[in-house]
Design a protein around this ligand. Structure first.
Ligand code: LRH
Ligand code: MN
Length: 388
């Protein structure tokens, strides 16, 4: 097996984008619980996100969601972020909370409603020009609840036309990433339900249109790393929304529910040339900390990704290929399992300290007293949430 020292330099290439909405309140239809000190605006969300980067060195950018993170001057927000050592990242559109979008947005039959949804995306690109963001991430809640409710073919064609107009506005150094999801909030069909549909739609747009893979958006027992392999093979894996789940789109901490799956996914990212400086696949988290503290939840999340990345980098590729060529079934599997079962935590702690970072970021953040200070400061106002 490869030694940790032989791969440590590759860990420098890791950058994981944090979702601004993970720092606000989130929940389920049953309850959205609150937490003292929860941010009340995008400035406070970014201040909290900057804490994650301060203690881990892993999270240099923050994704925004529009209109949840709408501000008067994005230049001021950008400066606020950069003063705290982070930058503004992916701009996420939102056509799933307006009354007009009850029966869809870009796939809607009504010209006025499609126009409204397209204009929202054009506004998001205007914001990208101000924030310096590269990616426009589009996730559509569009779909139907009952068979026959609408013509699925017509919806695909309308969505394609709308995406074409949006793509035409995407700048030279910008990308459109289309996220798919198998169900919810629609419960019969989603208009972008799987990687194949997202691929078909983005391939028809152009090279700066790619697929976003949210790890919580598949049917149970889907081999997600196979999809990762295929999208990298096709040159269309633009980004990940990392989280974990036991049942549906649970949006739990990445690696919490199934660390081995996270390991297998990252093995395919590395093998497929999508990791770090090798490729162009953005790593983003997309999670909701419904009951646990949000900043520690994000710190734990980026550390989980780093840990599984270190284990995946330890895979002895030459020995693995040799075993695969030889048809050595258990030998090949054993080589992968050796890497997965290697406890890299002590090496990672020492490696962090060698770079001036705390060996145990969770403990260091807890000792910083930051949570108590924001709980004391952030009194009054309205805590941020999904505004649903
Ligand atoms: C949809 C989704 C999408 C976001 C939202 C916050 O389930 O994964 O990425 O816009 O969560
Ligand atoms: Mn997502």
């Amino acid at each position: 097996m490869t030694a940790f020292d032989a791969i440590a330099h590759r860990l420098e290439e890791q950058a994981i984008e944090l979702p601004s909405w993970a720092f606000g309140n989130s929940g389920t239809r049953f309850r959205v619980f609150t937490t003292p000190g929860t941010p009340r605006d995008p400035f406070e969300k970014i201040a909290d996100a900057a804490q994650v980067h301060k203690f881990t060195g892993l999270a240099p950018s923050v994704a925004l969601h529009i209109p949840w993170d709408k501000v008067d001057d994005y230049g001021v927000l950008r400066a606020h972020a950069e003063e705290r050592g982070v930058r503004l990242g992916t701009i996420n559109s939102n056509t799933f909370q307006d009354e007009d979008y009850k029966l869809g947005s870009l796939a809607h039959r009504d010209d006025r409603i499609r126009r409204k949804a397209i204009d929202h995306h054009l506004e998001c690109i205007d914001i990208m020009d101000q924030t310096g963001s590269r990616d426009l991430k589009i996730w559509l809640a569009d779909g139907t609840n009952y068979a026959g409710q609408d013509d699925m073919r017509g919806r695909q064609d309308r969505m394609h036309e709308a995406l074409q107009e949006i793509y035409a506005r995407i700048g030279e150094n910008q990308r459109l990433v289309l996220e798919y999801k198998i169900f919810e909030p629609a419960f019969y069909h989603m208009d972008v339900p799987d990687w194949g549909t997202s691929y078909a739609q983005v391939a028809a747009l152009g090279e700066r249109a790619t697929v976003c893979l949210d790890t919580g958006h598949h049917a149970p027992s889907t081999n997600i790393e196979f999809i990762v392999m295929q999208l990298l093979r096709l040159g269309k894996l633009g980004s990940f929304d990392f989280n974990s789940r036991n049942y549906a789109d649970d949006d739990l901490i990445v690696g919490a529910a199934d660390p081995f799956q996270l390991f297998r996914i990252i093995v395919e990212v590395i093998r497929g040339g999508g990791y770090g400086n090798d490729g162009d696949t953005a790593f983003m988290l997309d999670q909701c900390h419904n009951i646990e503290d949000k900043i520690p939840g994000q710190i734990r999340s980026v550390l989980n990704v780093q840990e599984m990345t270190a284990r995946a980098l330890l895979v002895d590729r030459d020995a693995l290929t040799e075993a695969q060529v030889a048809g050595d079934v258990l030998g090949a599997n054993g080589i992968l399992m050796d890497a997965f079962y290697t406890d890299v935590r002590p090496d990672l702690a020492a490696w962090r300290e060698s770079r001036g970072l705390p060996g145990d970021p969770m403990a260091a953040f807890a000792e910083s007293g930051y949570l108590a200070s924001i709980a004391a400061e952030r009194v009054g106002g309205t805590q941020a949430g999904w505004g649903a």
